[in-house]
Design a protein around this ligand. Sequence first.
Ligand code: SF4
Length: 342
Amino acid sequence: MPLRLDPADHTLPEMEEILAAWGHPRFRARQLLKWVYKGAAEWDAMTDLAKGLRQELAAKLTLAGPALELTQESRDGTRKCRWRLADGEAIESVLIPEGDHLTLCLSSQAGCAQGCRFCLTALGGFRRNLTPGEIVRQVLALRPLLPDTPPLTNLVFMGMGEPLANFAALVKAVRILQAPWGLHFSRRRVTVSTVGLAPLIPRLGEEVPVNLTVSLNAVDDATRSALMPVNDRYPLKEVLAACRKFPLPPHRRITFAYVLLHGVNDSPAEARELVRLLRGFRAKVNLIPFNPHPRLPFAAPRPERVAAFREIIHRAHLPVFIRESRGADIAAACGQLAVEPA
Ligand code: SF4
């Protein structure tokens, strides 16, 4: 049997083209995608499509997505979901309760090629890019399993992989996630986090309306290169220049994430340098005290260093938040998605 297409891999205009090529009116695409994004798992559920058409579509398209294999719940309510993809690869996404809403942290690649030294995902290396459908279906498959409250309103691309290294699929997935004919998430509530693939940062903002988070983690190139090999290709100055070109909507800020590692990048002098680097930006800073793991060669920063670092940024009138990693007990915290045995 020839490979069947996944409708969740395609935008509405693309689906219209596909159906037109199969000899059907374009409006059928909207009808079809309405069912797909309602989460229909059976063709027979699509009652406004004639039986013959449903049979034809069932032969040419698939409604099956990644299989949900395991969910683990942390003491803090964070849930890690593991997905098995059609070719056997595994990825993870993380559901995080935050006050009155849920945030879902999505993976964009199976594994990751960026090699950040503080990240467990990096140790497994890169396996492959996800398709747009594999990204979208992490949301689509989970949604019906969730209670109505708190609602799932926020999506963040901070799971496995570097989203900008899978640029075309990311952009298409975001379009589907935000479109009224798709999953209709608010454009203010979709965030893409990058290690700083500089040339793609302004392009991302030109293609799709998303919030941008840039993972800085150091204030000088030597330290940053030691932590993040990507810095050899795109040093700090280039990353910050690219951020200046990001088309930031009014009243919005770029988030700069900074993982605090004991004795590596957590000194008051580094906090002051961070303030200097961010001068002129509409920025906010997320400080993430490192979550120790036996396979990673770093220690958690001391609480008083974290507090001092935060205070220096706060005094410079930059919004600054300490993001305690969530779900550390189930390896769902930042940089801990590695598809380890349960
Ligand atoms: S921190 Fe992100 S970009 Fe870096 S290796 Fe881990 S998953 Fe990849």
